[in-house]
Structures are given as C-alpha cells and as structure tokens.
Design a protein around this ligand. Structure first.
Ligand code: AMP
Ligand code: MG
Length: 415
C-alpha cells in the first residue's frame, strides 16, 4: 500500500501547478455565471432620488394628523417626471409609484386610503382636492435616497459569481462591460480504437464515445469552456496529431481519457512522454487508481481512466479543484454527512461509492446505487453523491456516518 499516493497528496501536487487566471472585460449579458475580477463600487445612489413606493398622494405627514382631512391637489407627478415645484402646507401632489417626492412632502398616502379610489384610463383628470382617510407618518410609502446602495459603497466584491441579481445590479450601475476572471479553456480528447462517434452505427467491438460528453458537461457545469477534439486512434501518428491540435487551441488544461493506465497496450503513453512530461500515479482511491498528470507543451495534462464512471469521479476529485482554482471560483465542493443504510465492503483504498440520499428527520441516509461497476454510467444518473469510505477500512457498517460529496452544485440539487 505504501507505493500508493494518497488522494490528498495527489490533489495538493496538482494544485501547485495551477495559478489563478487573469481578468478580461466582457459585455454585460455575457458575464452571467462568470466570476467578477474586481470590486464594483457604486458611483450613484440607488434609488437616486426619494420616491414613492405606492400610487397615491404625496403629503406632509403633519397635515394628516387630524385625518380625515381634505388637502388641495397642487401637482401631478407621473413616473419619469421630476417635480420642479414644492407642495405647501395643506397641499398634496398626485404621485405614481417610483416617481420623485416633491419638496415639502415626506410621506405618501396610498390611493386606497383616499376618497379618490383607483381611476382607470390613460390620464384620469387631476382632482382639485383629495380626502385623506388615514393619518400617515413621515417616511410612510417613501423609498429614501440610497435605500438600496449609496455612492461609494462596494456593491459587489471581487470574486462574486454573477447570478441574475448581480446582473441586474450591474445594469443599474450602467456597466456595459464587466471585468471577469478569464474562463478556463479545457481541451478534451478521447482515445481508443474501439471508440466511434455518436452519429456512427455500432459495429462489432465498437462503442460510442461517452467520456467526451460527460467531461464536456462537467467542464461546462463548473464554469469552464470545453473544447472537444476528434477521437484519437491508438497509433503514434494520430496521438501526436490530435494532441498537437489540442495544443493549437491554447487551452489551460488538456484532458484525455483512456489509454494511460498501467498495463494497457497503448502508444499514447510513449508519444505523450515525447511531447511533454507525464507522471503515472497510482492513487489510493477507488475507482480510478491509475492517473496520469504532467504537462504537454507546457500545458497541464490529466490522463483520466477510460471507464466512464472512473473518468467522472477522477474528474470530480482531481480536475474540479484545479478548475475552481484557475477560475478563482469561491464555490466549495458541497459535502454532507450521511449514515450508511447497509454494510459495504471495500479493499482498503479510499472508496467513492455512488449513493442516493434520503432525508430522515434532520439527517441523511445513504443507499448505494446498486452496481458499483466503473463501466455502469447509469449508476451516476441515480446518484446524488459519492460517499467517501476512508482508506484503511475493509468494511463500513450500516448506521456509520461518512462524508458525501454531492455531485453538481448545491443550488442545482435544490434541497
Ligand atoms: P482503457 O483506459 O483504455 O483501458 O479503457 C478502459 C475502459 O473504458 C474500456 O472498457 C474502454 O472501452 C472504456 N472507454 C475508454 N474510453 C471511453 C470513452 N471515451 N467512452 C466510453 N468508454 C470508454
Ligand atoms: Mg484504450
């Protein structure tokens, strides 16, 4: 067991090779889902002027102390206009939601609390006076200047992930372009003579490339840009040609699946060693013990196992943390603790088992998804996460609690 590298040591060695990517400026709408590279400071107050939160009548609250009272209507303030005259004691201004309060007013009486009721129509005539039915206090139904944020405030700190609400705030601030961390570019190669493309008919001995698609999805899911290349044949020329094509895309990572495991007859390993420096690690985990990591033409390279589940799990364990570091994403990998529903046997390696979670009161119970074959991709569809049985154990018993690494992000899984 001593010749095996621990998962944590492997992740640490990988992360050493990655540095955060620099910033770039992109168009506002394109920034959704990206990571802000700089603090965004407001240059304006929001709202920029005190305004009404209701359709109604702007008044001096003091004038309503003896309600019901009747006030003279001296002004009309529709949305989008700005009052140039004040109201005087004993006067009111008809005002629409969002319209600025006139000088002299410090509260709004909603139309429902007047004798005017709601008049439909484009521009109901302005009444001469309005009956105020209820007393209001200063500030009632008024949104003060800077209620949302004030000029000078850091409204969005650097490294915020831009969600719909951040997009809206950036729009309110007038940012047509946004400084974001450059998106990691990841080239994906699938190797093996048995592989055919998705649009090809099956033939004896052939299977369709699925790793090219699961890896594409994982890369996109964690905010990076997947770049899929044609299938790589098990010949030195083809390996050289396709990996050169990958380098030409100027990726931040080159990811390949299959063809790098110890004991497989593969030209991949020898060609890659000519093009860069590849280390073959035997990592103390299951599934996915063999892992290649190094560089090709100076670009960090991961050679993941070929088995579809192993490829996904080793991506999650080794590649996902590297992507998060490159993209400066604050998202941590979501974990929960769950009790095993059944006894499970392992072989002493750290084991990531596919489990379905069920809530039982205030804790989770983990059920294995049945077959843990690393070729059974549909087991990943059933799984909510991967329960981690630590190294050194051979049996884990029903009722014992272990950490579960959730697949996907917390917000995608809901509760
Ligand atoms: P290898 O790492 O080349 O020994 O492949 C291990 C297993 O994964 C074999 O059963 C391969 O057929 C399978 N495999 C390799 N690449 C892919 C792929 N891109 N899509 C689906 N299965 C694959
Ligand atoms: Mg192969």
């Amino acid at each position: 067991m001593s010749d095996l590298l621990s998962v944590d040591a492997a992740v640490a060695r990988i992360l050493e090779r990655f540095a955060p990517l620099p910033a770039e400026s992109i168009e506002l709408l394109a920034s959704l889902g990206r990571v802000l590279a700089e603090d965004i400071r407001a240059e304006i107050n929001a709202p920029p002027f005190a305004n009404s939160s209701m359709d109604g009548y702007a008044v001096a609250a003091a004038d309503t102390a003896e309600a019901p009272v009747r006030l003279r209507v001296s002004l009309d303030i529709p949305a989008g206009s700005f009052p140039t005259e004040p109201i005087r004691p004993g006067e009111a201004a008809r005002i629409m939601t969002g319209a600025p309060l006139p000088e002299g007013a410090d509260a709004v009486v909603p139309v429902e609390q007047t004798d005017q009721g709601w008049r439909s129509g484009d521009s109901p005539p302005l009444p001469d006076s309005v009956g105020i039915l209820k007393t209001v206090r200063p500030g009632d139904s008024v949104r003060p200047v800077g209620e949302d944020f004030r000029a000078g405030d850091v409204v969005l700190p650097a490294l915020t992930v831009i969600r719909p609400q951040e997009l809206g705030v950036l729009a309110a601030l007038g940012k047509t372009n946004v400084p974001v961390v450059r998106q990691p570019r990841v080239a994906i190669l699938s190797t093996g003579d048995e592989l055919i493309e998705v649009d090809q008919p099956l033939a004896p001995g052939k299977i369709r490339d699925s790793n090219g698609y699961t890896l594409y999805g994982l890369i996109a899911q964690y905010g990076a840009l997947p770049l899929r290349l044609p299938l790589v044949r098990d010949t030195a020329d083809d390996v050289r040609r396709r990996f050169q094509q990958a380098l030409d895309l100027q990726p931040d990572i080159i990811l390949s699946s299959a063809g790098v495991s110890v004991g497989t007859f593969d030209v991949v390993r020898s060609v890659l060693s000519e093009m860069g420096e590849i280390n073959f690690w035997r990592v103390n985990l299951r599934p996915g013990k063999p892992l290649a990591f190094g560089q090709i033409g100076g670009i960090p390279f991961f050679g993941l196992p070929g088995n579809p589940v192993s490829a996904m799990i080793t991506f999650d364990v080794f590649v996902r943390p590297a992507l998060l570091k490159l993209a400066q994403r604050p998202d941590t990998i979501p974990m929960v603790t769950a009790a095993l529903a059944e006894d499970v046997r392992t072989d002493g390696r750290r084991t990531y088992m596919r489990v379905k979670l069920r809530r039982d009161g205030d804790h989770f119970v983990a059920f294995t998804t049945g077959t843990q074959s690393s070729g059974a991709l549909t087991s990943m569809i059933k799984a909510d996460g991967l329960i981690i049985i630590p190294e050194g154990l051979e049996t884990a018993r029903a009722g014992e609690s272990y950490t579960v690494r959730l697949l996907g992000t917390m917000d995608q899984r809901g509760s």
